[in-house]
Design a protein around this ligand. Structure first.
Ligand code: PLP
Length: 405
């Protein structure tokens, strides 16, 4: 907030591919795909054309009650066809946080409808980020997002992100008959880019199944080819009860998100009076947002960005690991998905008072956008980035580190 107050603001005027321009006409490499979402790169005219066509035909109309529209149905069917969820159903929203609210309420309501209303407890992971709405704030794995709002949603707890045993211990501490669901990102994103251990999700899926706890995957960052597949979690060979998505589904050209729910969890709401899931939002199933998403998915499929991204992941990993020997760097986390985290040493941060904000500013002054969090610099470029551009991204980050050293 101090940076913003000092001004002036950094005004972005135009974007194309992996590049941005500011008001002075200076060009920057978008090393973060905006906020983790612009998977197909900026300036795709075919998405603009699809939006124009749809908005000129049916701009928007509610999907309340039995209302529906072609783009919402088509998008839902397409997502369901690729989701690693049994007998999948889709609920559409306008973003990630809204989808987390939907998933959390659905989980609690599911247990109420199933005659186990005491199952309300929600477990999440340290470093996990699930947006900043009510439930998302309450299950945040980062204290800085939770503190200062009075009493949050009750019956939540956070377990260490790298230990399936800790999840099981927490379920037993709370009492399995009180636990509704467990939330996890395939790779923790905003919390610092933490890939899971090899067997983590197999163990988690087994534990959730053993105690009847709903397993909810937050793929808001990891979906739509950022991990070489549709929802990220496929990489670990498990099938969750719900998958939450947003960001890359439309590459952010228009706001869109949602959840894929297994039929087992969705069906009880249709059985019997009084079991309805009384939840929804004004822009759910917005036809123009859905048209943007479908044009985005067309690009992902036609350009086979699912395969391309695995190559990008390897090149980015090799390039970023080159920073591991930098004297200011404690650790480089990369190699699972097109994303990376460069953690500064304790000595640099606390000993010498170097901030990641300074490194970010030095990188931006050199024409590259990275993302600072308290102890790391994060990168998550558009999937269309070239090897040369990856080298430029990483060598500029290296120069920024040198500049603050
Ligand atoms: N979940 C994850 C994993 C995210 O990274 C984010 C946003 O960064 C969200 C949820 C929240 O999404 P939104 O900002 O669209 O509400």
């Amino acid at each position: 907030m101090n940076t913003v107050a000092r001004g002036p603001e950094f005004m972005v005027t135009r974007a194309d591919g992996v590049w941005l321009w500011d008001t002075s006409g200076d060009r920057y490499l978008d090393g973060t795909a905006s906020l983790w979402y612009c998977n197909v790169g900026h300036g795709r005219t075919e998405i603009a054309d699809a939006v124009h066509r749809q908005i000129s035909t049916l701009d928007a109309y509610t999907v309340y009650g039995d209302f529906s529209n072609g783009p919402a149905v088509e998008l839902s069917e397409r997502l369901a066809a690729h989701a690693p969820v049994a007998d999948p159903r889709v609920i559409l929203t306008s973003g990630g946080g809204e989808s987390i609210e939907t998933a959390a309420k659905l989980a609690r309501r599911y247990w109420a409808v199933m005659g186990q209303p005491e199952r309300t407890h929600l477990i999440s992971r340290t470093g996990g980020y699930h947006g900043l709405h009510g439930f998302g704030t309450s299950i945040s794995g980062m204290d800085r997002f939770r503190n200062g709002y009075g009493r949050l949603v009750e019956d939540t707890s956070v377990v260490p992100h790298d230990s399936a045993a800790a999840l099981e211990a927490e379920i037993l501490r709370v009492g399995p008959e009180r636990v509704a669901a467990y939330f996890a990102e395939p790779v923790i994103g905003s919390g610092g880019v933490y890939p899971p251990r090899d067997d983590y999700f197999t163990e988690v899926a087994r534990i959730c199944h053993k105690y009847g706890v709903l397993f909810i995957v937050d793929s808001v960052i990891c979906g739509f080819a950022r991990m070489g597949n549709w929802f990220g979690i496929e990489r670990f060979g498990v099938s969750p009860d719900m998958v939450v998505f947003a960001k890359g589904v439309s590459s952010g050209y228009l706001p869109l998100g949602g959840i894929v729910v297994s039929g087992r969890v969705a069906d009880p709401f249709y059985n019997g009076e009084g079991n309805a899931f009384m939840h929804g939002t004004t822009y759910a199933g917005h036809p123009t947002a859905c048209a943007a998403a479908m044009a985005n998915l067309d690009i992902l499929e036609r350009e086979d960005l699912f395969t391309v991204s695995l190559e990008v992941e390897r090149h980015l990993d090799v390039a970023l690991q080159g920073l591991a020997s930098h004297p200011l760097v404690a650790e480089v986390r990369s190699g699972v998905g097109v994303m990376g985290g460069v953690e500064l040493t304790e000595e640099a941060l606390t000993g010498r008072g170097i901030t990641t904000a300074e490194v970010f500013a030095e990188a931006r002054a050199r024409g590259v956008i990275v993302r600072p969090i308290p102890t790391s610099l994060l990168v998550s470029p558009p999937l269309v980035i070239t090897w040369e551009q990856i080298d430029h991204l990483v060598s500029t980050l290296s120069a920024a580190l040198d500049a603050v050293a």
